[in-house]
Design a binder for this molecule. Structure first.
Ligand code: ADP
Ligand code: MG
Length: 283
């Protein structure tokens, strides 16, 4: 039995599931086993409070994300959106509250790399691609994860790896740019490549911070299609300021204000919410 088979047996995953990207002890409840979302909820944040010098960036924040949903988080500057992502990814530890990935992974007991390995991918605002390498190599490097990346470029790819890269290239619509140097891509294409690099690691939950900042209208539209297409297979949480963009992709919107949920519902519901209107008018 090879490592992949062992892992599949232990984690009860299907044939298509992939082994953990780095070595480490594989257990049913360990971070590498991935979340148990059998109750239909992939992320539980409950009563999360984060203080910076007495100032509450998050104030008893409670939020649930369902498996496969595309959730948009909006809110004025300083509402706590980035801090919320920092808590989910282990970059910031809350003073109190609980954060669970599925029912069995206590995010507050895992460090940043463990959280990433457990299946939470985060896309930061600024694209971080390997500029000197071509698009295809970037995806190859991303698949290697924490392993010595450069060696992976010289190793022949397995059929499965090639298929995976081809499928991600299709998803992010960069198939015809596969041989282009990443540094030569447009801003929008770099953002899609970085989303592709996250997808190579097959995250169940994708956190995306302001994906369309600086994009052209066409790029914005394509990004809307891309994120919409990822929902279902992945759970996607998008923080974004561009309201037209949010309107174009949103099913359910959460409005944060002063570190708590101010309103939640469809875009129409939150836009007509009196408290939301007051907060945005006062900005
Ligand atoms: P958003 O992303 O919604 O604009 P943030 O989560 O970045 O909001 O910030 C929430 C609040 O917490 C802001 O008032 C910000 O100044 C404060 N804050 C964030 N990070 C820190 C930090 N490391 N130290 C002190 N204050 C911080
Ligand atoms: Mg922010």
């Amino acid at each position: 039995m090879n490592a992949a088979q062992v892992w599949r047996r232990l984690s009860g995953r299907s044939q298509s599931a992939k082994p953990p990207r780095v070595g480490g002890i594989v257990t049913e409840s360990g971070p590498d086993a991935g979340p148990d979302d059998s109750h239909g909820i992939i992320l539980y944040l409950e009563d999360i409070t984060v203080s910076f010098d007495g100032f509450r960036a998050l104030n008893a924040l409670t939020l649930y994300i369902q498996t496969g949903e595309l959730r948009c988080i909006i809110g004025p500057n300083g509402a706590g959106k980035t801090t919320m992502m920092d808590v989910i990814t282990g970059k910031t530890r809350p003073d109190s509250g609980s954060a669970w990935f599925g029912q069995t992974l206590d995010l507050l007991s895992l460090n940043e790399p463990e959280i990433a390995r457990s299946g939470i991918g985060r896309k930061f605002q600024k694209p971080t691609v390997f500029e000197q390498h071509n698009v295809y190599e970037n995806l190859q490097l991303a698949a290697a994860g924490d392993k010595t990346p450069w060696a992976t470029l010289f190793k022949p790819l397995s059929g499965t790896q090639r298929e995976r890269i081809d499928s991600v290239l299709e998803t992010v619509r960069l198939t015809d740019r596969r041989a282009a140097r990443a540094g030569a891509l447009s801003h929008g294409q770099k953002q899609w490549l970085e989303i592709g690099m996250l997808l190579m690691q097959e995250p169940q939950l994708l956190l995306v911070d302001e994906p369309v900042a600086g994009m052209t209208p066409q790029e914005t539209e394509r990004t809307a299609e891309l994120l919409t297409s990822l929902a279902g297979q992945h759970s996607v949480v998008v923080v974004e300021h561009d309201m037209n963009f949010v309107r174009s992709i949103a099913k359910k919107v959460t409005v944060l204000h002063e570190g708590s949920v101010l309103a939640e519902g469809t875009m129409d519901e939150v836009q007509n919410n009196r408290r939301v209107i007051e907060v945005y008018l006062g900005e």
